[in-house]
Design a protein around this ligand. Structure first.
Ligand code: FES
Length: 156
């Protein structure tokens, strides 16, 4: 009795079965390879981010020290942790939280009076973060500043 053709019209010969098997093997290896690459990517990302988080917090690159004039104060909008950088002299920069210690409003700078002011309840801070007036219960937290190759970095 002769072999009948299969429903899809395929002949189903031994050579075709082997090539289908080889194709499926190749396809499954390709998927495994992609899956492994994804795993390596996740591990690499994790290890890379741990460098930034060394010692707790994230290190934010602010920019070149030379781009800040002495006495200048600049707001750095960094997600939920905005902060001010204040160049205090030739070599030093101070970083202060830009979140009010009263009920967490984002602070502004009063350049005329060289103060940090809160738009919500008129709290005022000096440029060291100390409370000058208003309802804020405590000074602004400061952040660690470091310099590398003329660039300013802040750990928030
Ligand atoms: S939130 Fe800043 S003074 Fe109230």
């Amino acid at each position: 009795m002769a072999d009948l053709p299969t429903a899809g019209g395929a002949q189903g010969g031994p050579g075709e079965s082997t090539s289908r098997r080889q194709f499926l093997t190749w396809l499954s290896r390709a998927f495994l390879g992609l899956w492994a690459l994804g795993g390596i990517g996740v591990v690499t990302t994790y290890m890379g981010s741990s460098e930034n988080n060394e010692g707790g917090g994230r290190v934010v690159r602010v920019g070149p020290l030379d781009a800040l004039r002495i006495g200048e104060i600049r707001l750095i909008r960094h997600g939920v942790t905005p902060f001010f950088v204040i160049r205090t002299n030739e070599t030093s920069v101070l970083a202060l939280s830009a979140v009010c210690t009263h009920v967490r409003c984002i602070l502004n700078v009063d350049r005329e009076h060289r103060a940090i002011v809160c738009p919500c309840h008129e709290g005022r801070f000096d440029l060291r973060g100390n409370v000058l007036s208003g309802p804020p219960p405590r000074a602004l937290p400061s952040y660690e500043v470091s310099m590398r190759a003329g660039e300013v970095f802040v750990r928030v």
